[in-house]
Design a protein. Structure first.
Length: 193
């Protein structure tokens, strides 16, 4: 990490995802079950990694990515398909624990702006969530790396519908959507001067 000060990374790969619907604080299990039910989607992006503290092998990584997340399909969830596309702006700290091996641990957060949804009330850039990220990246050959990251929301996606309930005896329904992903990436790294 001490040799290069900055690099550009292009990455893409499959994601194991799920969307969990929470209505008035209760998990809607039959419509959107929790783990171990997942669907396979995709992600891609570009980022820059810079040396932050070379003495401690710490770096900072920031960029832009697209992440597709959908609900799992199970025998009791054949018809509900919650599918969302996000533009993410991640900010991560990287740590290289070994001097002679290019293995890096990553941790940080990402603001995920919703850009694709089949629901009108969840239109582009009207909604967002904040994910925490933990991951690892390993050198493969030459400029190629592989990586795995786990993303789960700290701030959940909210239903921003304009439904007005006239009857004061009926409580307002609050819907939250917990989308999470396990991403596997193939990464190509360019050195930037």
């Amino acid at each position: 990490m001490c040799q290069e000060r900055r690099n550009l990374q292009i990455f893409a790969g499959p994601s194991i995802t799920n969307v969990q619907e929470i209505i008035n604080g209760e998990k809607h299990f039959f419509a959107s079950p929790e783990r171990p039910f997942y669907s396979i989607q995709y992600h891609f992006g570009i980022c820059i990694e810079e040396v932050l503290l070379s003495k401690y092998n710490l770096g900072i990584k920031y960029g832009l990515n697209f992440d597709k997340r959908t609900s799992s399909n199970t025998s009791f969830n054949k018809y509900i398909d919650d599918s969302y596309g996000f533009i993410g702006i991640p900010l991560q700290i990287t740590y290289k624990p070994l001097k002679d091996r290019d293995i890096r641990f990553e941790a940080g957060a990402s603001i995920q702006y919703l850009v694709d949804s089949k629901y009108k009330y969840m239109g582009p850039l009207k909604n967002f969530q904040v994910d925490y990220i933990v991951g690892i990246r390993l050198h493969l050959i030459k400029n190629m790396h592989i990586g795995a990251r786990f993303l789960e929301p700290l701030y959940l996606l909210r239903d921003k519908g304009n439904v007005i309930i006239i009857d004061p005896n009926i409580p307002k329904e609050q819907r939250l959507y917990k989308t999470h992903a396990i991403q596997f990436s193939l990464i190509y790294k360019f050195e930037v001067k």
